[in-house]
Design a protein. Structure first.
Length: 157
């Protein structure tokens, strides 16, 4: 039997993660929107040695740089980078940069999966029943899609 590690309880089961990914919709989230325009905003050379890592609650973008010399180069270009991110992202743009040495490996290419079979009438009906108590209509609709896809996936071998 495998020993439990700290954080095991916080990991999302792979099946549920796959269901969420197929049903959640196209909203990419703030960091992914930044990553989508990053190369254009910083230029090809900096894009090879620096990657957006996370956004803080205060709106700062934490950037991982390959080493300390690139940290300095990015700091010198901060105003230009923020201006170009602002042009590309509008109100979703970060307000400042925090640069630290970190992993700058290129993101893995997503594995193309076959489109999931759309949920059948029975799965959709059951999903509506299971989510009826959720008060927020947007959350309820998202949960209905998720549950319906999950139920359909269980039925399909």
């Amino acid at each position: 039997m495998r020993r439990r590690r700290p954080g095991d309880a916080m990991r999302m089961p792979q099946q549920l993660a796959a269901d969420i990914g197929s049903a959640a919709g196209p909203d990419l989230g703030p960091l992914r929107r930044v990553a989508a325009v990053w190369s254009e905003a910083v230029g090809e050379q900096l894009a090879r040695v620096a990657r957006p890592a996370r956004l803080t609650r205060s709106g700062a973008l934490v950037v991982h740089a390959a080493d300390a010399s690139w940290m300095h180069a990015i700091a010198l270009e901060e105003r230009r980078i923020l201006r170009r991110l602002g042009e590309a992202l509008g109100g979703d743009a970060p307000t400042s940069l925090k640069v630290e040495v970190g992993d700058v490996a290129p993101p893995a290419e997503p594995v193309a999966e076959a489109s999931p079979e759309p949920p059948g009438e029975e799965a959709r009906r059951r999903a509506v029943e299971l989510t009826a108590d959720v008060a927020d209509p947007r959350l309820r609709a998202a949960l209905e899609r998720l549950v319906a896809h999950s139920l359909q996936r269980r039925k399909t071998p």
